[in-house]
Every structure is written in structure tokens, then in C-alpha cells.
Write a protein of this length. Structure first.
Lengths: 264, 259
């Protein structure tokens, strides 16, 4: 009887059958709606048409560049904004974890600013930087910075007090405590923060490019929208999904390796 | 957090804000180091705030813009919670259902909510329907994932005990599964709400006729930095208030977790 409460592992064959059915159902429903004639192909192309568009975008330029070039320019901005967020957020978080005064000064400011959604910086990004690279970088930074800082800070605050006491007893300087005790002890927390930050940064980038950019994957989406081509918009969404997924998978791997090396 | 026993001195924070406000006033009003085309002075910001609350800006007063945005967020959020939470619970409760739904979910999940905006505009235009759709997408994924994880995180001994006692499905769901998953469900809803708010502001920045994002857009077109600051502050405060309200609901829904 199936009324028992707990769920058990499925046999592999059954799992495979259900998963395949799930895939087929997803694309089947999409395809059926697209072919039914209820919706114009302009608004809902078939999965195959989207795939064709995706391939053709990688060969023929759309709004100036091919899909790869758009992605490359997006990724360059992402790397810059995320790199800045890490380079400032992680050291600042560690310092705040060690120096109480700095913590007391920065935390209220940070808490106040954190409630401003990254995307709300767009008007200032446009005002200060025009359509240059600075605008998207500022927005990615504001998306990726908080998790970098918070996780470095928490990592530093949760270090076992006896390590700190031991280091202090042995006469370690502030610099030594930060670089040789706090930093290594916080690495797992920092890496987790980087993963969250990278995800938020990538999302913010897409948002920024929808509004202030003249190249990049978000720009491709907007132009696809303007020419009412759902196939282009969907191709762009797929590319965004793939890159976002790849960034996350990469950092997840780094995280796992670090944790394994530490025997966690 | 671990620092509850060792509180940060409040006065340092107050001093920081006072110092910052002084610096703001000095740099913009006294020395004009920062031109008013780049960042507004306190007086300009105050005037912009008065203008939008009293006479209105971008076709409406501040309260109307806020209400418009909040209404859309709550609508999309509620729709996403109504679909996402039960779906997540069902996926957590049944491996077969999970195996069936997971493929579609895996395909949709890596696409950030903001990337749905152009599609929503193509499909539904610049009106409120498109906004509700993207808010729904923003909230759906975290609501579902956390409900699912909440069910999976229920202690096995609770499941075994209820099985031993011969508890049937509906009772198990009502007495064990839902209360057990509730903390995670609320974590998901909190994340959902934040995602909703960000997404809505982005959606309104890209194309809208009212709302706080529209205020930001209009201010940036008019090169009106003071109004941008007012808009950003309104976005931040409204978001914070909504998050706090959800926290209040959370404490109400789980009285056993208090203290």
C-alpha cells in the first residue's frame, strides 16, 4: 500500500523512466503549444527553432557581435566587478573580524547600504559612467560585495578563541594573526561567500546590461525583445543559464576540494 | 550570530553616520568638490523628497509609487508561494514525483530572474502582468527549493516514529511534514521576497508606467541625482519593511521556535 509516510530511494530503472518522461513532457508541452497555432511563432517558437537560432547566433553577428563575443564582453565585466568585490570584501571582512572598532564603524553603514538592491544603482551607474564599462562593473560589485564581506567576517568571528589566544601568547602581530590564523581558518566560509557572490554578481550583470550597455548578453536580450524575436531572447537566456551554471559548478568544485583537503 | 554577548558599541555607529552626513554636507554644499550633477547635496535631496511626496514625480506621488510596487510584489510573491511551496513539499515527499518534475526545474533554475524580463515584455508588454510574471519566476525557485529541502531535512526518527504509530498520509503531512519543513519554508520565502523586490525594481527600470523603479528611470532620464537618491532610499526602506513584516509572520507561524 502506498499510504506509508516516508519516501524511499527509487530503483534506478524507475528513476530513469520518470526523469525521461519529465524531459519529454517538458519539451512535448512546449512543442505542442508552439505547433498548435494558438500562439504566433514570433512569440513562442518551437524548441527546435530556438536551437537553430542559438546556433545561427554563434555564427552570424546580431547587434554587432556573435553570441560568443557578447558573452566574452559580459564575462570580462563580470570578472572585473567580481574581482574587485573579492579584493575589497574579503580583506575588509577579515579586518572587521579582528578590529572591533572597524567593525563598529563599518557594520551600520554596510547594513544600511545592503538594503539597496544592486539594480537600484543603475541610475547612478549611468550618470557616473555613461555606457562605459564602469556602470556594469559598479552594479556587479554591489551584487557580489556583501556575501564576500559577510562570509569573511563570519569566518573570522567564528575562529576558535583558543587559536587566537595561543597566537597572542606567542607574540603574534596583528598582521600575523590576520594572515596566519584568521585567513586560513575562514577559507571555507570565504569560498562559500564567493559562490553566493558570484551568483548574485552574474545576475546583477544581466540586469545591468539590460539597461546600460551597448554589448553583452543582456544587451542581446534587450535587442531581441525590441525586434520581438522570442527565439533570440530565449537563446540569450539559455546562454546566460549555461554560463551561470558553469561559474557555480566551478566554484562548487573549488569549495569541495578545499573542504576535502581540510578533512571536512 | 555569535557576537550577542559582546555587542558592538552603538555610539560608534552614530558617530559614523554623523561624520558621514557632515562629510556629505561639506563636500557638496561648502566646498562643491562633488558637483550637483554627480551627487546631490542634502538640501537638494530634501527638496526632491518634498516634491515627490507632496506634488508627485513621474506621474504620481511617492506613496502611490510605493503602493503600486508593493502590490505587484505581493501578488507575484503570493502566486509563487502558492505554487512553489506545495510543489516543493510534494517533491520532498515523493521520490517519483521529484524524478518527474526535476528535469523541467533543472532547465529553468540556472536562468536568473532578471533574464526573464525581456521575455515577459515580449509576451505581455510593459504593463503589470509582465511584472507579476517575472516576480513569480523570481520567487518560485527559492520557494520550491527550500520547501523541498525542508521536507528532506526532517529527522528520520520522526518519520520512523510516525510510521510505527501507523500515521496515515494526510495526518503525517499536517502533523509532521509541514511543521518540520516550516523553518526552511520561511527561509525560502524570505529569499523569495528579496528576489522579488530586486526583480521588480529592475523590471520597472526597464519598462513601466508607475512604481519605484519607474521613478528611478525617470530621474535618470531627467539627470535628477537628488530624485535618484530619494528613489534608492525608498527602494531600500520598502524592501526592509517587507522583510521585517515577513519576519513577524514567521514568528507568528512558528511560536514553538521563540526564545
Amino acid at each position: 500500500m502506498s499510504a506509508t509516510v516516508a519516501s524511499r530511494e527509487l530503483p534506478f530503472a524507475r528513476w530513469l523512466a520518470l526523469t525521461t518522461t519529465g524531459f519529454v513532457a517538458f519539451f512535448g508541452v512546449w512543442w505542442a503549444v508552439a505547433m498548435s497555432g494558438l500562439v504566433l511563432p514570433q512569440f513562442l517558437p518551437t524548441p527546435l527553432a530556438v536551437l537553430e537560432k542559438f546556433v545561427s547566433l554563434t555564427q552570424a553577428p546580431f547587434v554587432g557581435y556573435t553570441l560568443q563575443r557578447h558573452l566574452a564582453s559580459s564575462f570580462g565585466r563580470f570578472a572585473l566587478g567580481f574581482g574587485l568585490a573579492v579584493a575589497i570584501g574579503v580583506p575588509l571582512g577579515l579586518l572587521m573580524g579582528w578590529f572591533r572598532t572597524l567593525d563598529a564603524v563599518v557594520t551600520p553603514l554596510f547594513d544600511a547600504l545592503r538594503f539597496v538592491a544592486p539594480i537600484a544603482w543603475v541610475p547612478f551607474a549611468a550618470l557616473w559612467f555613461g555606457t562605459g564599462i564602469g556602470g556594469p562593473v559598479l552594479i556587479i560589485f554591489s551584487g557580489a560585495f556583501p556575501p564576500c564581506l559577510i562570509n569573511a567576517y563570519r569566518g573570522a568571528r567564528y575562529v576558535e578563541p583558543r587559536f587566537l589566544e595561543a597566537a597572542q601568547t606567542l607574540g603574534a602581530s596583528h598582521w600575523q594573526i590576520i594572515t596566519e590564523v584568521l585567513l586560513p581558518a575562514s577559507v571555507p566560509s570565504i569560498v562559500a561567500g564567493l559562490r553566493i557572490g558570484a551568483g548574485l554578481g552574474w545576475q546583477s550583470l544581466v540586469g545591468a546590461e539590460l539597461i546600460v550597455a551597448s554589448s553583452g548578453i543582456g544587451y542581446l536580450l534587450v535587442k531581441g525583445q525590441a525586434s520581438i524575436s522570442t527565439a533570440i531572447v530565449m537563446s540569450g537566456m539559455i546562454a546566460i543559464g549555461i554560463v551561470g551554471f558553469a561559474i557555480d559548478a566551478l566554484l562548487r568544485r573549488v569549495e569541495r576540494q578545499i573542504n576535502r583537503r581540510r578533512g571536512l | 550570530m555569535a557576537r550577542s554577548h559582546e555587542r558592538r558599541p552603538v555610539w560608534v555607529g552614530v558617530v559614523t553616520f554623523v561624520a558621514l552626513a557632515t562629510a556629505w554636507y561639506a563636500l557638496t554644499t561648502l566646498t562643491h568638490t562633488i558637483g550637483s550633477g554627480r551627487f546631490p547635496s542634502p538640501a537638494e535631496t530634501w527638496d526632491a523628497l518634498r516634491q515627490i511626496t507632496l506634488t508627485g514625480y513621474a506621474d504620481a506621488r511617492l506613496a502611490e509609487h510605493v503602493l503600486h510596487s508593493v502590490k505587484l510584489v505581493l501578488l507575484g510573491f503570493a502566486a509563487a508561494a502558492i505554487v512553489g511551496v506545495p510543489l516543493g513539499l510534494a517533491m520532498g515527499a515523493s521520490r517519483a514525483f521529484e524524478a518527474f518534475v526535476n528535469p523541467a526545474f533543472l532547465l529553468i533554475r540556472p536562468i536568473p530572474p532578471l533574464a526573464w524580463i525581456p521575455l515577459a515584455i515580449v509576451w505581455l508588454g510593459l504593463g503589470d502582468a509582465a511584472k507579476v510574471l517575472i516576480i513569480w519566476f523570481a520567487a518560485f525557485v527559492p520557494a520550491l527549493i527550500n520547501s523541498y529541502s525542508g521536507v528532506r531535512a526532517i529527522e528520520p526518527y520522526l518519520i520512523e516514529a510516525s510510521r510505527m504509530l501507523g500515521v496515515q498520509r494526510t495526518m503525517y503531512a499536517r502533523e509532521v511534514m509541514i511543521p518540520g519543513a516550516l523553518p526552511m519554508i520561511f527561509t525560502g520565502l524570505r529569499l523569495s521576497l528579496q528576489a522579488c523586490w530586486t526583480t521588480l525594481v529592475a523590471g520597472e527600470l526597464i519598462g513601466a508606467i508607475a512604481g519605484l523603479g519607474h521613478v528611478l528611470y525617470q530621474a535618470s532620464l531627467d539627470i535628477f541625482p537628488a530624485m535618484i537618491v530619494v528613489g534608492m532610499a525608498a527602494v531600500a526602506i520598502t524592501g526592509a519593511v517587507m522583510t521585517m513584516a515577513l519576519g513577524w509572520v514567521e514568528r507568528r507561524a512558528m511560536p514553538w521556535r521563540r526564545g
